[in-house]
Design a protein around this ligand. Structure first.
Ligand SMILES: Cc1cc2nc3c(=O)[nH]c(=O)nc-3n(C[C@H](O)[C@H](O)[C@H](O)COP(=O)(O)OP(=O)(O)OC[C@H]3O[C@@H](n4cnc5c(N)ncnc54)[C@H](O)[C@@H]3O)c2cc1C
Length: 418
């Protein structure tokens, strides 16, 4: 049963589709605008094409935002298990890998197809290739007028802004959501690429390019530890990449913007115990391999390219024997492998990032994600200044915010008087 409330959703990404499906389910007449020819393009790229759509370890600790209590209440309303139920109800089987949630087929296209089918079944009117660039709000009528590209104006009771961020898009693209929110009086927190590679001018980056290894990482800002992670690190010719690097990139980006010193320390032997146990391991290796050259001494430990850099950093030659280098140098070299220092000069651009930090100030939205400035306006997904770590948390935010905004827009509605 439709309730006569007219809702426009701007942006058919993860959060916009969830908002449109939910608003329709709760009785609204929903029009979904998408500037691309197809909906949900970004979803196809998620989780390396497998779509890590949520995580059973969902908690506000996995997010950056300025009001964690409000965020927690939102997740209590629509949790990771609610996302699983939603998708299973729509016909998509799911699977958990250590709590990381995927479609059972491990195909991101399955998530998108399920959402597209739901849009049709819920009778959402889809206007693709339709970019909304102007929203006029009438306080008197408590209604919105949207200008479509052909010049036609349409009226709605409620508008849900779900325009996402410029992350991973072409240069200059993906910023209209901020402009629309700003035109309606909202403050936009400066955006910052998040979950992105770090750039270093260290000369060894070029020689290590292509190397992948397990490492513990520590992020130092002005010499003080601010975060630590563990996982696969990848060297590139311009710096470092990989999930643990992505996880700390946001902190690194903001610190660099403030002109602070950023350093990454890599532990290439994260499983090798504390300093004393490691020292013992090094001593034994030294005693048993004194006649080997340094290159041979390190063979069978780390990637050869890393070994070469370690030898060079200690001012030694690859063809000198361990005995010639002496235990002191060997110990220094091996300790360097536990705290391999990379000076960070920058973070990669927004076009290479998975998400953007910053956006519409969270404090300007109420507990239903309705604007405190413009009643009837809702903001969802990455457009809001809420961002999560790698692991399904950003899509979960898209589902949670889309669901809550869609439900509220449909339930608290009134009909436009034209
Ligand atoms: C490579 C990559 C991998 C990722 N992997 C994961 C993962 O595995 N797990 C995870 O949780 N997150 C992942 N993310 C992040 C996640 O994809 C995003 O956080 C999420 O898709 C954001 O959803 P959204 O609806 O807010 O925005 P988007 O998905 O960006 O959707 C916004 C939509 O609005 C449209 N639009 C914008 N402006 C207008 C306008 N004015 N008029 C009409 N339409 C408009 C856009 O074309 C777009 O379709 C990944 C991101 C990338 C780039």
């Amino acid at each position: 049963m439709k309730n006569g409330v007219k809702v426009a959703v701007i942006g058919a990404g993860a959060s916009g589709m969830m908002a449109a499906i939910t608003a329709s389910e709760f009785g609204a007449e929903v029009t979904l605008y998408e500037k691309n020819d197809r909906v949900g393009k970004k979803i196809l790229a998620t989780g390396n094409g497998r779509c890590n759509f949520s995580n059973l370890a969902l908690s506000v600790e996995q997010y950056y935002c300025d009001d964690k209590d409000k965020l927690d209440k939102l997740f209590q309303t629509f949790s990771a298990l609610d996302a699983v139920s939603f998708f299973e109800k729509c016909g998509m089987m799911t699977k958990s890998k250590n709590g990381y949630l995927y479609p059972y087929s491990e195909q991101a296209s399955a998530v998108l197809d399920i959402l597209r089918m739901e849009l049709v079944e819920k009778e959402v009117k889809l206007c693709s290739e339709t970019e909304i660039t102007d929203i006029i709000y009438s306080r008197e009528k408590m209604a919105f007028q949207l200008k479509e590209p052909d010049g036609k104006k349409r009226c709605y009771d409620k508008v849900i802004l779900a325009c996402g961020s410029p992350a991973s898009l072409k240069k200059g693209a993906g910023r209209t959501g901020y402009k629309l929110a700003e035109s309606l009086g909202h403050r936009i927190r400066p955006i910052m690429p998040g979950l992105v590679q770090l750039i270093s001018d260290a000369p060894f980056c070029k020689s290590l390019a292509g190397v992948r290894c397990q490492a513990g990482i520590r992020l130092l800002i002005d010499g003080e530890e601010h975060a630590s992670e563990q996982g696969e690190v990848q060297f590139t010719d311009y710096g470092v990449s990989g999930i643990p690097i992505f996880q700390v990139s946001r902190l690194a980006g903001y610190a660099l913007r403030e002109g602070r010193e950023v350093t990454i320390l890599l532990d290439f032997f994260p499983e090798q115990g504390d300093r004393q146990a490691f020292e013992e391991f090094v001593r034994k290796r030294f005693i048993n391999n004194q006649n080997r050259t340094l290159e041979e001494f390190l063979t069978g430990t780390l990637n050869r390219k890393i070994n070469m850099v370690l030898i060079k950093q200690c001012g030694c030659k690859t063809n000198m024997t361990a005995a010639e280098a002496g235990y002191g140098k060997i110990s220094e070299m091996m300790q360097k492998s536990r705290a391999f220092e990379i000076h960070i000069n920058g973070i990669n651009s927004v076009e290479n990032a998975q998400i953007c930090a910053g956006g519409v100030a969270f404090e300007e939205l109420d507990a239903k994600l309705q604007s405190k400035l413009v009643p009837g306006l809702y903001v969802t997904g990455e457009l809001v200044d809420v961002d999560g770590k790698c692991g399904g948390y950003n899509l979960q935010w898209a589902w949670t915010s889309g669901y809550i905004a869609g439900k509220s827009a449909a339930e608290d509605g009134k009909t436009v008087k034209e």
